[in-house]
Design a protein around this ligand. Structure first.
Ligand code: NDP
Length: 455
């Protein structure tokens, strides 16, 4: 009874705090969405652990330690000058150096970077690997730009960013629009400006110059392992299941690769122009040729694949019936209507490869319908986990074989799955991975923040 009263009191406090955060961060809907999703699940842990409910702790957690915004001027191949905006939000370093990717996409603004940085705090805590949360990027659009233009942009971006990062301070990696090519240009410029071979300043490097094997694969592979673990809880297996995957970038490609290896049938992929459905299963070699080598649009895949594949311009993969759905493109790409369609078609599990791809309405529908739902903080943590392993290899000047990294990745994903499941059960929400991930991540960060005082 007392416990329920405590929970009601903390829910009231959290509602007030949420209103204050909304007032202080206008016009940042994605950030407010990410904060609301976490605050909505914290009442039981704050009621149970009064030291975490001390005034100021949750407020501090929701305010970035540092926000950096800078001008990024660069010249295109015709000599025309462009000016983009660069961001780095250093959100929380209670558990380790800030860690999180850089996103280059025209939709990037401060609110997007803050939402990603906020999510990253809990995700990184869940890995148990001693990394804080941060995120960055730019509204630069690499699509249609030559290699030389992308290089000049990356060099200009790093000319400012280098002041703020370091192996013990803040360690960026890739995200949308930032892959191996961009990390190479960024690392080169950092090395040139600082005159230091500081491998641990960026992750996602090439394997020949400090990168970890399996880092490119890790996010997609990790999400597939997490999905398999959720299905096993229900006495099911991934083998033979049909899977809809969205996106065709780093996360989607490696998701499709692992699904195929485990005997599942990934039947879709997409980009911002539409989606492809391929009843025979996505042909990974063709997909990589089209997207990674030619950097062409997804329709090209269907043109070359033959009768089994069809391109649906402007469509959403969620209308295709499947057993499992793995959103792997971008935030809010799966809404309530999409969730209803998936449920009508009998989906059993949905797991987020992208960050916050399902809207709050979609998440609620999945949970109410008994669909196993893996939230991004837990399900896509494999990427940052292997980034932390890359930092460990850099610090010890060694390179681990792929098999060792993959074993570690599997261990981390299994631990995260167990932690989320047990935490959810401990706080009265068995099977609710959203609550489990939020509370387990929060407990680890909160403990460190309380121990380190009001800073
Ligand atoms: P990529 O840039 O490699 O690929 C992104 C894919 O998503 C492309 O197919 C792109 O299509 C599509 N996409 C991006 N924005 C939109 C949009 N607004 N509408 C429709 N489609 C879109 O990025 P990643 O694969 O690295 O990242 C995908 C997601 O995974 C992101 O949410 C990212 O934050 C998350 N993530 C990535 C990690 C990593 O290790 N890379 C780690 C953890 C999470 P198009 O080319 O047409 O834009």
């Amino acid at each position: 009874m007392t416990k329920r009263r405590d929970e009601t009191r903390t829910t009231d406090t959290l509602d007030r705090l949420r209103a204050e955060i909304e007032d202080r961060n206008p016009a940042q809907p994605e950030f407010l969405q990410a904060v609301a999703e976490v605050l909505d699940t914290l009442a039981p842990v704050l009621a149970d652990r009064p030291e975490y409910a001390e005034p100021g702790l949750v407020e501090r957690l929701c305010e970035p330690e540092r926000q950096i915004i800078f001008r990024v001027p660069w010249q295109d191949d015709r000599g025309r000058v462009h000016v983009n905006r660069g961001f780095r939000v250093e959100f929380n370093s209670a558990l380790g150096p800030y860690k999180g990717g850089l996103r280059f996409h025209p939709s990037v603004n401060l609110g997007i970077v803050k939402f990603l940085g906020f999510e990253q705090i809990f995700k990184n805590a869940l890995t148990g690997l001693g990394i804080g949360g941060g995120k960055g990027g730019s509204d630069f659009d690499p699509r249609g730009r030559s290699d030389a233009e992308v290089m000049r942009f990356c060099q200009s971006f790093m000319t400012e960013l280098h002041r703020h990062i370091g192996a013990h301070t803040d360690v960026p990696a890739g995200d949308i629009g930032v892959g191996g090519r961009e990390i190479g240009y960024l690392f080169g410029q950092y090395r040139r400006i600082t005159n230091r071979w500081e491998a641990g300043v960026l992750t996602g490097k090439g394997p020949g110059w400090g990168g970890s094997l399996i880092r490119p694969e890790a996010t997609g592979y990790g999400n597939v392992l997490f999905t398999a673990a959720m299905l096993r809880e229900r006495g099911e297996d991934l083998e033979g299941q049909s899977v809809v995957v969205s996106g065709s970038g780093n996360v989607a490609v490696h998701t499709i690769e692992k699904l195929t290896a485990l005997g599942a049938n990934p039947i879709t992929c997409s980009d911002s122009s539409g989606y492809v459905v391929d009843e025979k299963g996505v042909d990974l070699d063709l997909l990589r040729q089209v997207k990674e080598v030619e950097r062409a649009r997804i329709g090209t895949y269907a043109q070359r694949r033959g009768a089994s594949a069809r391109f649906v311009p402007g469509g959403r993969v969620w209308e295709v019936p499947a057993d499992v759905a793995l959103p792997s493109a971008t935030q809010n790409e799966l809404d309530g209507n999409d969730a209803a369609a998936l449920i009508r078609n009998g989906v059993k599990a949905v797991s987020e490869g992208a960050n916050m791809p399902a809207t709050p309405e979609a998440v609620q529908l999945f949970q109410r319908s008994g669909v196993a739902f893996g939230p991004a903080k837990a399900a896509n943590a494999g990427g940052v986990a292997v980034s932390a392993l890359e930092m460990a290899q850099n610090a010890s000047r060694t390179a681990w074989p792929a098999v060792r990294v993959e074993e570690e990745l599997a261990r981390v994903m299994a631990d995260i799955h167990t932690t989320c499941r047990e935490t959810a059960a401990r706080y009265g929400s068995p099977g609710d991975y959203v609550t489990g991930a939020n509370i387990a991540g929060f407990e680890r960060v909160a403990e460190a923040m309380v121990a380190q005082g009001v800073i």
